[in-house]
Ligand binder design. Sequence first.
Ligand SMILES: Cc1ncc(COP(=O)(O)O)c(C=O)c1O
Length: 382
Amino acid sequence: MPQYKYDTLAVHAGQHPDPLTGAVNVPLYLSSTFELTGVGTDRGWDYSRAGNPTRDRLESALAQLEGGQSGHAFTSGMAAIAALVAQLRAGDHIICSKDVYGGTARLFNQVVRHYGIDIEYVNTDSVDAVAAAIRPNTRLVHLETPSNPLMVLSDITAISKVAHAKGIEVSVDNTFMSPVLQSPLALGADIVMHSTTKYLNGHSDGIGGALIGSTPEHKERFCFIQKAAGGIMSPFECYLVLRGIRTMPLRIRQHEENGRAVADFLSKHPKVSKLHYPGLQTHPQHELAQRQQKGFGSMMSFDIGSRENAARFLAAIKIFLNAESLGGVESLASHSATTTHGSVSAEERAEMGITEGRIRLSIGIEDKEDLIADLNQALAAV
Ligand SMILES: Cc1ncc(COP(=O)(O)O)c(C=O)c1O
């Protein structure tokens, strides 16, 4: 596809009319297997674990949106991360952002470690700390930027330079930003990962994940893992994500506008402390956010003093829903210690700064005045 502007790309990437019927929407190919044309010959597909025409369209769109070589759709964000680390061997070492999604830490600590792979959590907001953690057997630096829920940023360009000098690949979990607001491959990273469950789907009606590679070797490797391990996205889920992508830039603009307004309101509220939102000038990495991101997004978290206060706040919200997840059209609020980081030990949470009073918000696309009024009345109940 020619170099179209992003909004055009989002509507058209992977979306050409069906060659058989001219249907303008991507057809759902609900077929596990495909008739072969002879012995060892086919029409491009043979079995849906290895490849499916609906999935192909989504994978093409994902590659185009992230400026990569190939996209690969998985059954969940976690399946995508599992596929990412499936390339490693016993004895390898991974450097991972410290304040990473609790599910990623659970996979790394309770599954991947058992394969003899060593994982080290590093404050990746410091390039020096990443450089110091590199060992001869380090194979991957996995960044989550901004991180979850503390919104800590990692400098993708600087860390990629340090890692590449030692022949190490850098992967970035771009879930919080979406492909609209951050382009890790253009910044120097090698692989992008998404939970498509969030902004790519955008409507909280499906679970999915993706890897986007930047080299032909990634394409070969991730296609192989899809076929060998089988954690692929179903055609119907692919259809939903493709549909979500078409309105993603529009949605993100509204998410972003609402996010800034809510952060501004919360930053002045006396019951709110330690508000983390990269769009605030008080955020320690505000300058990096301006440089590396195309916007500040709509994720933020704050401290409300105690678990009891958090419970009162979550019981009082009316438009916001007390629910895990993010990136859907509706606004959500969640208690980090018992949801996203429920599987992380209390000691580790305390060390990370995820207190019992920390609330994470995913700001949706409702009217921002309604959202602020809802937060205001819920804070009054605390
Ligand atoms: C930053 C981040 N990465 C990965 C995941 C895992 O994605 P999924 O729930 O689609 O498996 C999540 C889920 O919340 C997430 O927030």
